[in-house]
Ligand binder design. Sequence first.
Ligand code: SAH
Length: 568
Amino acid sequence: MKDASNGFGPVPLLTSWNVESHIYLIIGANPLAASRCAKSIEAGAKPVVIAPETTNLHYTLSEHISRGDAQLIRREFRDEDVTKLGREEVDRVVDTVFVTLGASHPLSAHISRLCQRLRIPVNVSDAPDLCSFSLLSTYSDGPLHIGITTSGRGCKLASRLRREISAFLPAKLGSAIDRLGSVRRRLWEEDHAAGLGEANADGEGDDDDALGQKHTFNSLVMENDASAAKTRRMRWLSQICEYWPLRKLASITDEDIETILQAYSADKKSSNEQELVNGAQSPSGISQKGRIVLAGSGPGHPDMLTRATYKAIQSADIILADKLVPAPVLELIPRRTEVHIARKFPGNADQAQEELLQMGITALRKGLRVLRLKQGDPYLYGRGAEEFDFFRAEGYTPVVLPGITSAMSASLFADIPATHRGVSDQVLVCTGTGRKGAAPEPPAYVPTQTVVFLMALHRLSALVESLTTNLPEDATRSRPLWPKETPCAIVERASCPDQRVVRSTLEHICLAFEEAGSRPPGLLVVGASCHVLHRPAHDQKWVIEEGFHGLDGLQLESDAAMSVIEAQ
Ligand code: SAH
């Protein structure tokens, strides 16, 4: 199971506090005191600076004080200050204390002890042992705040990391978050007024992702499930936050938002056509026959793209992407290219599919180069052949490009050899969800088989039950059951930086998944091959492995090659 301390001592609890009008006591008047004072004011707190007459006031401190943002008490610190200078509503106990005198000053240890006894958060400069909390190196963009700590191992490194992380984020992300936040509030209010509050009680208001994604995040919703349909706008919003590339989220337009707000309506098709009229045009302006490529984009990592698909991405006029197409792949799309991501949220798969097909046809009729980009391989649970058929019937036969399927690559990246001499001599790829959500026939037990279940995690426990126990409908025939000790693994977001592998057996996998929460997309691998390269210790019911390292060595080589090229 997860080791909470990670081998580096306990993990600090990072929180974000509302400290408006709180009284922050700052002991000292040096530049650090000035910076603590500025930070406190920024957070809406009211700093009170205590420094004897003999100490020089840092000039920004004097400015804060003369502006009335901070209060100055010109004398030595007294113990009673911490219980007398605070807000009336908390019996005058101050809310937080910053001591800026350094570790060796005798008052530092004394004030630290006093505060800790009274449960007042205290921070003493350069003395981690005397602190009950420390400040983070922060980056802010509107409502977005990112804090970094190296747990006192090097504050310069924390601020460097902050710079690097913030440079990685797209511009205007803060205002996009703000807009998405108001949409979310509006949807919540409307749904709530319509009595749908419960259905939306997904805890999303909290940034706390302790639960990760609930293991029901991707639960199946039927096309005709009326109550789920009513909350589909909220689901759609959750899903674009999960799947859209950050760059696209950051540049979300009022039009995009309006589309989210409008429930689906019959006239949607014509508005899409409108969108295209205003959107991509044949670059040459010359009338030419439209061309369509139907391509797979691999499991997630952009290096898993084939060169053919990469070329198709670079040369398309318009790209119609599935929701699951990984964000780093979408990031490769040139800015000039029009992109549409399927609005496939639970209960809307067919409509979203239809919508994209119509967009494709409209674009083809205008002579555009259309790329229909799918996740993994287009012909493996990708409805690829249906689309091929559709476009061919309209007179546009697609070029189909294969993609690396998650079914094979997820197990590979989890160190599971699909076949292995003496262990597994066959592989079965199947779906955990049948047509219209029905439970598909469970595969019979074959000891030398590796089975990969796609689209299965939302009904994991039912699937595991069907593999390991007799169902009522089995009464009349015998079906070999999978032993509960059969090794298995859940592999999620394979090849993405947040890849996660949960290794267990059929007996414990459901509990492990419930504890870990869901991180879609993910699949289940079952069979003895799961334990060929990783065999959990006897007393471990499951093991969770975080992160993707499958290309680590390669990355170094290509980086080195790049620097050689750059140096030339
Ligand atoms: N055509 C795709 C599969 C589409 S069905 C392919 O060849 O990969 C969608 C299912 O694929 C998801 O429910 C999940 O089971 C699986 N999947 C897709 N990407 C995945 C990934 N990166 N890691 C694990 N499973 C993935």
